[in-house]
Design a protein around this ligand. Structure first.
Ligand SMILES: Nc1ncnc2c1ncn2[C@@H]1O[C@H](COP(=O)(O)OP(=O)(O)OP(=O)(O)O)[C@@H](O)[C@H]1O
Length: 309
């Protein structure tokens, strides 16, 4: 199957600044990839290369087998930039109609897309009366019109309230289920955690991690948190048996390496009725991100594994 994005050993240099170094990344049809990285890591540069706005200093990129920026590639890809701006005098419908014509989409697509992003009621109002969230949804509408095979979304949820974010991700999941690939950059790690197939992390222009979150958790081998709620009067015994730290009058918390998890859980299970509940938490995307963007050096409060069990 042809990859929608295929970047091979891409290097991008702006005079003295090397924005990307030896980046190889593929995106399959229907795949959702979150592109993460600190400010200046090279995310927007990668988007601009995929769009064909700039050419790589070295390496190659193809979009569904086509050269970025070519007519054929442009028919494949849609882009929602971080700072979305439309002519204020136009209505939302006129904006989407304009993009529909540019992309050769059927006129009926305009209404369907406005409906999808819940802008039908405001469609005939001028864009300068729109809230930030409505402008962002209009940005998504212009990106969705014409059924692109690849959506590039640069910080698409910045400035959106929690409900709008949720709706936004539902829309993205829907287009992805229909086979559209999504490459999305974001700093909102907690909201991405359960919503992306794959995470790619750029650090100073280098791709330092690429895979499903579970795989990156495995690679980073960060400690797992186990929290045990003791039965009434049993907290001292539970603490003495499994170690860790007391976090209140009734609970004990410890961190352990992944390889020790089952052994410790079995020990906790052996405490029988002295344990009321157990909660096991794998490292979050935020922790995995910090690990990889800090060159594999762990900087979390879990740094010292407190397991004595
Ligand atoms: N046209 C340009 N000329 C010179 N340097 C540039 C140019 N475009 C980008 N850069 C530099 O390349 C590096 C990567 O920038 P880029 O905008 O891709 O980062 P980013 O990951 O998108 O950052 P942010 O999260 O802040 O949007 C930065 O050091 C930036 O200053």
């Amino acid at each position: 199957m042809t990859e929608i994005v295929k970047a091979l050993n891409v290097r991008m240099k702006f005079k003295a600044v090397e924005a990307l170094t030896d980046v190889s990344l593929g995106v399959a049809p229907g795949e959702q990839v979150a592109l993460l990285g600190h400010n200046g890591a090279g995310k927007t540069t990668l988007f601009r290369l995929i769009l064909g706005f700039i050419k790589p200093t070295a390496g190659s990129i193809s979009i569904a087998g086509f050269t970025p920026g070519s007519d054929a590639a442009r028919r494949v890809v849609s882009y929602l930039p971080e700072q979305v701006a439309f002519p204020k005098m136009l209505t939302g419908r006129e904006v989407v109609r304009f993009y529909a014509r540019l992309k050769g989409a059927a006129p009926g697509d305009v209404q369907a897309v406005l409906d999808k992003v819940e802008l039908v009621e405001a469609a005939d109002r001028r864009v300068d009366t729109y809230s930030k969230g409505m402008r962002q949804r209009l940005g998504l509408a212009q990106a969705l019109v014409g059924n692109p095979r690849l959506l590039l979304l640069d910080e698409p949820t910045s400035g959106l309230d929690p409900l709008s974010r949720q709706h936004f991700y539902e829309l993205i999941a829907d287009v992805s289920r229909r086979g559209c690939s999504v490459l999305l950059s974001s700093h909102g790690l907690s909201e991405l955690e359960a919503r992306t197939d794959r995470v790619a992390i750029l650090r100073k222009g280098r791709l330092v991690a690429d895979g499903p979150l579970a795989e990156l958790q495995h690679q980073a081998d960060l400690p797992i948190r186990i929290r045990v709620r003791a039965a009434s009067g049993a907290v001292d015994t539970v603490h003495a048996e499994i170690g860790g730290g007391r976090i209140n009058c009734a609970s004990v918390e410890l961190y352990c390496a992944r390889r020790d998890k089952m052994r410790i859980l079995s020990k906790i299970s052996g405490l029988g009725a002295q344990v009321e509940d157990v909660d096991v938490a794998s490292p979050t995307l935020d922790e995995v991100y910090r690990y990889f963007s800090n060159n594999g050096i762990e900087q979390t409060r879990r740094g010292d594994i407190q397991c004595t069990a």
